[in-house]
Design a protein around this ligand. Structure first.
Ligand SMILES: NC(=O)C1=CN([C@@H]2O[C@H](COP(=O)(O)OP(=O)(O)OC[C@H]3O[C@@H](n4cnc5c(N)ncnc54)[C@H](OP(=O)(O)O)[C@@H]3O)[C@@H](O)[C@H]2O)C=CC1
Ligand SMILES: CC(=O)N[C@@H](CCC(=O)OP(=O)(O)O)C(=O)O
Length: 339
């Protein structure tokens, strides 16, 4: 692969599109070549994303698969689920590297149709881009970037599941409102958002299937349970994982299991204190901390990520780095915006 690749973003007016551009504009091996929009074609990118003023003169353009194939080496699909599956067939098999941020290729086709209630129109398979569990991303050309909640939840539980120590997992996650995308909703309406916590889809959120798929592949659990909440924050997902252990473990045992599982993972930080959103906001880190409740043999693991970075655009760039033969940390080695 070349030392510098041309990157395109499809659906660049949304939150993850804006975040991709913020990060890619400082990436040592990327030239930001293209940003598409259906509504804002012909308008300057900085008109929509004011934070990028002075950083780029790029204009949004209409999506044109021929132009993408001619001008880009790598393309990010930052479009809603249900639309990526119509775009991928127009781009794939042309030498282009594709990272799809939507949910369209994360699950098997049957599971996708069941969980999303949508007919899938493209049977292709992508590699699931949770690099910490799928190093095979390296050199791949088509990667499905994981969902934001599944990233934090799966990373919190993976080491003990792999060790065969947990039977039941209960994930309780709190997300900032950018997780819901740019379109306003009842949940994002200020009087509902401010000074409030909104639980939703208590037992049937579509991300349960993704968490289940990934943990099951590591050895499995008897049950995976997931309840999301929206909190009055712009970014960040804090997940509390209650993992019911099938044997007694000391703090040192668990620490060793996590240390060893994540020894080659630069973006997972095991912290001695309780992880905080402020420490990861704006960064690609996933901070993980834990405590054992000896009375119930319950391991309580907390993970903190920025939904727009490790939960979406940063992770997509981490995938791109490995797909293109760059260092995993290139363009992403930044501390969070604490406080
Ligand atoms: N927000 C988050 O934290 C995360 C999001 N994701 C996923 O990433 C993808 C993008 O998310 P996000 O940026 O939040 O979404 P947004 O809703 O903020 O933006 C999506 C953009 O896609 C474009 N778009 C909408 N519908 C279509 C369509 N049918 N065909 C082509 N383009 C379309 C729109 O741009 P325009 O109208 O200008 O064309 C829109 O600005 C989604 O699949 C989402 O589920 C994944 C993990 C986390
Ligand atoms: C706070 C909020 O609304 N979060 C979104 C999930 C975030 C996301 O974008 O997930 P996908 O990539 O799988 O669509 C939700 O609950 O649907």
């Amino acid at each position: 692969m070349k030392d510098k690749v041309n990157a395109g973003i499809i659906g660049a007016t949304g939150y993850t599109g804006g975040e991709l551009m913020r990060l890619l504009l400082n990436h040592p091996h990327v030239n930001l070549e293209m940003a598409t929009s259906r509504k804002l074609a012909g308008k300057k990118v900085s008109k929509k994303h004011g934070h990028l003023a002075g950083m780029t003169d790029l204009e949004f353009e209409e999506f044109d698969p021929i132009a993408v194939r001619q001008r880009c080496d790598v393309v990010f699909l930052a479009v809603p689920h249900g639309s990526a599956m119509d775009i991928v067939p127009q781009l794939i098999d042309s030498g282009l590297r594709i990272v799809d941020l939507s949910a369209d290729y994360r699950l098997g086709m049957d599971e996708f149709e069941k969980v999303y209630g949508l007919k899938h129109r493209d049977p292709r398979k992508a590699v699931f881009g949770l690099v910490e569990l799928h190093p095979e991303v390296k050199g791949e050309t088509f990667v499905a970037n994981p969902g934001c909640y599944p990233t934090g939840a799966t990373l919190a539980a993976a080491p003990v599941v792999k060790a065969g120590l947990a039977d039941v997992a209960v994930f309780d996650s709190k997300s900032g409102i950018t997780g819901a995308g740019v379109n306003p909703s009842q949940a994002s309406h200020y009087p509902n958002m401010a000074e409030n916590i909104q639980p939703y889809k208590l037992t049937n959120h579509r991300h349960r299937a993704e968490i289940w798929q990934e943990l099951n592949a590591l050895g499995g659990l008897d049950s995976v349970n997931f309840t999301p909440h929206v909190i009055p924050a712009i970014r960040g997902i804090l997940t509390t994982a209650h993992l019911f252990l099938n044997e007694e473990c000391s703090k040192e045992d668990i620490r060793q299991i996590y240390d060893s599982f994540y020894s080659d993972c630069p973006f997972v930080r095991l912290v001695d204190d309780i992880p905080a959103l402020g420490n990861v906001r704006g960064s690609n880190f996933c901070d993980i901390g834990f405590e054992i409740d000896a009375k119930s043999n319950r391991l309580v693991v907390i993970s903190a990520i920025d939904n727009l970075v490790k939960g979406a655009s940063g992770q997509a760039i981490q995938n791109m780095n490995l797909m293109c033969g760059f260092r995993e940390t290139d363009g992403l080695w930044n501390a969070g915006l604490a406080p």
